[in-house]
Design a protein around this ligand. Structure first.
Ligand code: ADP
Ligand code: MG
Length: 163
């Protein structure tokens, strides 16, 4: 398991982290022609949605990125890939995932950003990347783990993020 950890101070850095990971994961999902799952972990207010906004905007979407708190998923379709942004916080019954056809999302050339993945434990495939946000008042500690991304790529992110 490849792993890196660093500190980021201020919302803009969390947006930048989303953008940096999109530059790694989007080319990879196109190359592998499959879905790449990014689990976003951390308490309420830790930065998961902020990260997702940075990721989605870096893909070329310049409209408002909405938090999918009530819809569970918000789709973003680009010409040759998609980003599906999930927020499973309000998931009560796992059957809801069946109704929305969750499996289909994981069979596309896509990146799936998943807030609160533990609410659907056992129902979604294993993550390719886990981004863990640890809350402090003015900053966040971030731990990224991945079996898919190379250690050198993760280290590049940690070097670039605070430049
Ligand atoms: P979550 O989706 O995890 O509940 P949000 O992204 O909605 O969290 O909210 C995170 C809050 O923390 C926002 O108010 C944002 O401005 C702030 N924030 C995000 N990243 C940082 C950071 N690196 N340092 C300080 N504050 C941050
Ligand atoms: Mg959120």
């Amino acid at each position: 398991m490849q792993k890196v950890s660093f500190k980021i101070e201020g919302e803009a850095k969390t947006v930048k982290l989303g953008a940096l990971l999109s530059k790694l994961c989007v080319p990879l999902c196109k190359e592998l022609k499959r879905s790449i799952l990014i689990n976003l972990e951390g308490d309420l207010g830790a930065g998961k949605t902020t990260f997702s906004k940075g990721f989605i905007r870096a893909c070329g979407y310049d409209d408002l990125v909405r938090s999918p708190t009530y819809t569970l998923v918000e789709p973003y379709e680009f010409s040759d890939f998609s980003v599906y942004h999930f927020d499973l916080y309000r998931l009560v019954d796992p059957e809801e995932l069946e109704y929305m056809g969750i499996r289909d999302y994981f069979e596309k050339t896509s990146v799936c950003l998943i807030e609160w993945p533990d609410k659907a434990e056992g129902l979604i495939p294993e993550a390719d990347v886990i981004v863990h946000f640890i809350y402090s008042e003015q900053k966040r500690d971030v731990v990224i783990e991945s079996k898919l991304l190379e250690q050198s790529s993760l280290e590049q992110i940690s070097e670039q993020i605070n430049k």
